[in-house]
Each structure stands twice: as structure tokens, then as C-alpha cells.
Design a protein around this ligand. Structure first.
Ligand code: IPD
Ligand code: CA
Ligand code: CA
Length: 281
């Protein structure tokens, strides 16, 4: 009897602890994403310093760093021992089952040119599985949120991928790396094949937003040849939780730690994969 009571008490406190950490993770994610985006809004269309990373058009602005700083403050205040991987600061390695994957501004070139298609993107990985994602574009006030197994949401409303099943009548999105990729089935070759079929392929300049727009059914598919984990981690979860499919270019389970991404509504996935891998219409 005593044992049973102790077991129940233990289970109860374990579940309470789990619930507490889940809520805290979500709250921290939302607070950090909004705080980074508030910095973007404050500096938008104003003066700030811009410098180059490798390559002439791979920019970083003063605002990327400021956004990253406020995001870090919030994450570290609540979870000082979590691993952080962030675009500008790199990896803050810690022994933890949780990893925060942060892009303090996705769409920096847009931001630097006062084009309001840019966002903060943050994902939380637990033991190698993406469990939470948030992407916020403060200029059109669109907050995307996804939780593993619970769906994807735009401003608290559940979203779903599109139902288009023919690639030739689809609306697609892509992006191009800041250095030219001279490889077989390069970004331009794939782009050319689609454009020759008069398929609309948008290039908006923020991979995180592109992925969210697939999740919301605005795009039927998105592909890009060379992304980093912080560009895709949150958007990947968004698409999967909205009922879509995300893979690498071999059609294998997606990992944000390799460069290629194909994210679709699921129905045009094989058709687009075929074109990306050198196939023809
Ligand atoms: C970039 C954007 C862009 C994609 C680039 C990314 P950044 O991220 O997501 O859409 O085409 O490959 O590097 O540099 O603006 O954070
Ligand atoms: Ca990015
Ligand atoms: Ca960035």
C-alpha cells in the first residue's frame, strides 16, 4: 500500500514536471521569437551597420546581432543549461537533451533593403527530434507555431497544406545560395526546367517563411539546394505538422544538418523530386 502511494506520488510529480517544462519551453519560445521580431521592427527602414560574411552578398547587419542578443537573454534566463545553435554566434555547446536552433533574422537581404519579407525563426530539438517551432514576420503580423504531434498554427488558427496534385499547375517557391553552385542538377537547371513549363516559382528571400507558406497551403512546394539548420528547423516542423512531406533530395527522412530540402503538400512530392534529380516532364 505504502509502495503504491509512493509510486502514484512519484508519477504525479513526474507528469507535473513534464507539463511544467513543456509549458515553459513554449512560453520561452514565443517570448524569444516576439522579442527578436520587435528588434527587427524597431530598426526596419532605419540606419544600421551592414557587413559581409563570406561572399559579397552574404550579409549580416547590426540588427541580426541585436535580435540574437535578446533571444539569447530570454532562452538563457529560463534554460541556462540548454544547447544553443544560432546563425551568428554559432554553437554554444552544453550537455543537454534540448537544443535551441535560432535564426535571429531569416531574410537578412530583404531586411537590409527594407523589404518586409523576413522573420525570426526558432526551433527546439529534444534528443534529436524537433518538438517545437516558431516563425514570426512582424511586418504582416504572422506568427506561425508548431508542436510535434499537435499541429501547425498561424495566429492560433490551425493550418493545412494545399491539396493540389499536379506539379504543372502548382505554385512553388525556392531560394538560391549566396555562392553559385556549379553542380549536376544545379539550382538554375531545376529552375529552368520548371520555368520552361511556365510553372510559377517564387523566390521570396526567406526560407523559413517559404516553408511556413507551404504549411499554410499558399505554396504547393518549396525546394532549396543549400540551407543551414537555422533556416529550416522550425519551418520543417511547420510543414510536417500541417500534413505535408519534407525530405532530402534522395527522398529520405529530412535532416536539417544536411543542405537539401524538398517540402511539399505530399501530393506533388515525387513529381518534383523527379525533376530535381535530373528527370524531365
Ligand atoms: C537565407 C534565406 C534565403 C535563402 C538563403 C538563406 P539569411 O537566410 O533563408 O531565403 O535562400 O539560402 O541563407 O541569410 O537571410 O538568414
Ligand atoms: Ca536564414
Ligand atoms: Ca539569418
Amino acid at each position: 500500500m505504502l509502495f503504491a502511494t509512493a509510486l502514484i506520488a512519484y508519477c504525479f510529480s513526474y507528469i507535473k514536471g513534464l507539463y511544467y517544462i513543456c509549458t515553459m519551453l513554449q512560453q520561452t519560445l514565443i517570448e524569444a521569437t516576439r522579442a527578436g521580431a520587435a528588434i527587427m521592427k524597431e530598426y526596419f527602414d532605419k540606419q544600421f551597420t551592414i557587413s559581409n560574411k563570406e561572399g559579397v552578398n552574404n550579409l549580416v547587419t547590426e540588427v541580426d546581432h541585436k535580435s540574437e542578443t535578446v533571444i539569447f537573454e530570454i532562452v538563457k534566463k529560463n534554460f541556462p543549461d540548454h544547447f544553443i545553435l544560432s546563425e551568428e554566434a554559432g554553437a554554444i555547446v552544453q550537455e543537454s537533451e534540448y537544443k535551441w536552433i535560432i535564426d535571429p533574422i531569416d531574410g537578412t537581404i530583404n531586411f537590409a533593403n527594407s523589404i518586409p519579407i523576413c522573420c525570426v525563426s526558432i526551433a527546439v530539438e529534444k534528443n534529436g527530434e524537433m518538438i517545437l517551432g516558431a516563425v514570426y514576420n512582424p511586418f504582416i503580423d504572422e506568427f506561425f507555431f508548431a508542436e510535434k504531434g499537435k499541429g501547425a498554427f498561424l495566429n492560433d488558427k490551425k493550418i493545412q497544406v494545399s491539396t493540389k496534385s499536379n506539379l504543372q499547375t502548382s505554385c512553388l517557391a525556392t531560394g538560391f545560395p549566396y555562392s553559385y553552385l556549379d553542380t549536376l542538377n544545379s539550382p538554375l537547371e531545376v529552375f529552368e526546367k520548371l520555368i520552361r513549363k511556365a510553372i510559377p516559382v517564387r523566390r521570396c528571400g526567406s526560407a523559413a517563411i517559404d516553408l511556413c507558406w507551404v504549411a499554410a497551403g499558399r505554396f504547393d512546394g518549396f525546394y532549396e539546394h543549400k540551407l543551414q539548420a537555422w533556416d529550416s528547423a522550425a519551418g520543417w516542423l511547420m510543414v510536417e505538422e500541417a500534413g505535408g512531406k519534407v525530405t532530402d533530395y534522395k527522398g529520405q527522412v529530412y535532416s536539417p544538418y544536411q543542405p537539401n530540402i524538398l517540402a511539399t503538400n505530399g501530393l506533388i512530392h515525387e513529381q518534383l523530386l523527379h525533376i530535381i534529380n535530373g528527370g524531365n516532364f
